[in-house]
Ligand binder design. Structure first.
Ligand code: ADP
Ligand code: MG
Length: 462
């Protein structure tokens, strides 16, 4: 083992709600060193600060005191560019909830983090196929996430975390949603990654069944690292036969539950994904709406208590079912608690209702789009392409009857769905003259069509 740590924390602390009555010292004076090639686990009860520590390493938790060095460089001092680089190249993240995008094929999900990087299609494809083969899921390349079991989805998410070849794999309760057999599979995959590919793995869990996998376990409680236990030396195999029963990982700490910790975790993981994908979106900012919606809601949720959240969810449900108007919703937010409201001040209520209402409208819009597309973008057959073209034309009142133009639009849609071109190229192709092989649409219209197509492709987040 190299003796320079890949991760080193010195007096690392994270305080939420600093100076308020509800101040939380989520992490206090953590000191640790993790070495290249190690498999370590942060272990402790729900709420003890494991995820906070992990997200600090990921560069997602920026509200830190103390220092944290990644390969000797102080992450606390990184600028935005260095942070993006860190998130895109140094770390790969795996989450309990997978966060695959249901409207994209397995292949496209895996290569998504490559989009900002200008990698050649061929190279991208080879990487994805290699990873899928390594993890024994190559035959799933054309499938869609909802055709897969939880265990298979987590494998795909693991492939995605590896596509940019990071040295550091960060996994936050990755087996939390899985049955014990799949949980064991996933743990064994992480072990293989560590042993065969030499990746450094940091895994967060509150279930004791998988501790044997680690070289070292950092025990945490109340925001502190209280103990470090060495299980095995580098190169030494996992001691016990780790059985299925051992990795009984059924995790009660679901992302949406868990004493108010869920919101911020969703928030941070979504932020990571949004950042990873933001360059794909480029001019197409609206792609990030689903991420943003979740972020906004979870932002609000972290400042509310459990009871309030339940009440709010109930009202949003009514809003979705269209039995509540935006006005009534606003009044609910603003009414005093005694009147079964949330008791927010008027301005906050107004802003929040506006935000949530927009989100709800956006969701409805997407549902509408999907309805029009039948089952959504599923197979790359010609009918699908034609449906999409017709939908796009109708949405923007485009009337083209020229065969050549129509055929070209079809072919560009197809190429986009197969990811042979990106959204920008799609837009440029529509824009180009017929002579140049394009469709000769107006630039603005081309962009709008491209934007809508991107929304269709990425719009539905699971
Ligand atoms: P674990 O992953 O071990 O369950 P977390 O790191 O998620 O714990 O949370 C540690 C503590 O910090 C918990 O008390 C949690 O409620 C609190 N916490 C986490 N994120 C936030 C946040 N954004 N705002 C306020 N408190 C938070
Ligand atoms: Mg956690």
């Amino acid at each position: 083992m190299a003796n320079k740590p890949i991760v080193k924390a010195e007096k690392l602390s994270v305080t939420y709600m600093m100076g308020r009555p509800n101040q939380v010292n989520a992490l206090t004076d953590a000191n640790l060193e993790i070495f290249p090639g190690e498999f370590v686990i942060f272990f402790g009860p729900s709420g003890c600060g494991k995820s906070t520590l992990l997200y600090a390493v990921a560069g997602l938790e920026r509200n830190i005191q103390g220092d944290i060095f990644i390969d000797g460089k102080n992450l606390a001092k990184f600028n935005e560019k260095e942070l993006d680089n860190h998130r895109q190249h140094t770390i790969g993240m795996i989450f309990q909830a997978y966060y695959l995008i249901s409207s994209l094929s397995v292949f496209n999900n895996i290569v998504l983090p490559q989009f900002p990087l200008n990698v050649k299609n061929k190279e991208r494809e080879k990487k994805a196929v290699d990873l899928l083969s390594f993890f024994g899921v190559k035959e799933q390349i054309k499938k869609y996430p909802n055709e897969l079991s939880g265990g298979q989805q987590q494998r795909i998410a693991i492939c995605r975390s590896l596509i940019n070849d990071p040295n550091l794999i960060l996994a936050d309760e990755p087996t939390g949603n899985l049955d014990s057999k799949s949980a064991t599979d996933v743990m064994n995959l992480l072990l293989e990654l560590n042993e065969k590919k030499g990746k450094t793995v940091i895994l967060v869990t509150h279930s004791p069944g998988s501790l044997d996998y680690a070289h070292r376990v950092f025990y945490m409680k109340d925001g502190k690292i209280i103990d470090v236990k060495v299980n095995r030396q580098p190169g030494e195999p996992v001691k016990k036969e780790v059985t299925e029963a051992n990795v009984l990982a059924k995790d009660l700490e679901t992302v949406s539950g868990g004493a108010g910790t869920g919101g911020s975790q969703i928030n941070k993981s979504l932020e990571l994904l949004a950042r990873t994908y933001s360059n794909i979106a480029g001019q197409f900012g609206s792609l990030l709406i689903p991420f943003k919606a979740k972020q906004i809601v979870s932002e609000v949720l972290t400042s509310l208590g459990n009871h309030d959240i339940e009440a709010l969810e109930k009202e949003v449900e009514d809003l979705l079912k269209k039995i509540l108007s935006q006005e009534d919703f606003k009044s609910f937010l603003d009414r005093g608690v005694g009147d079964f409201g949330l008791g927010l001040d008027k301005r906050t209520a107004e802003k929040l209702s506006e935000k949530i209402y927009q989100i709800v409208a956006e969701i409805r819009d997407m549902e509408e789009q999907e309805k029009q597309l039948g089952a959504g973008i599923v197979q790359d057959n010609d009918k699908e392409v034609k449906d999409i073209r017709e939908y796009l034309f109708e949405a923007f009142d485009v009337k083209i009857h020229d065969r050549l133009q129509l055929e070209r639009v079809n072919s560009f849609i197809k190429q986009r769905l197969e990811n042979k071109i990106d959204g920008k190229q799609f837009s440029a192709n529509l824009d180009k003259s017929l002579k140049e092989g394009g469709v000769n649409l107006e630039t603005r219209l081309a962009r709008k069509l491209a934007q809508r197509l991107e929304l269709l492709i990425l719009g539905k987040l699971r």
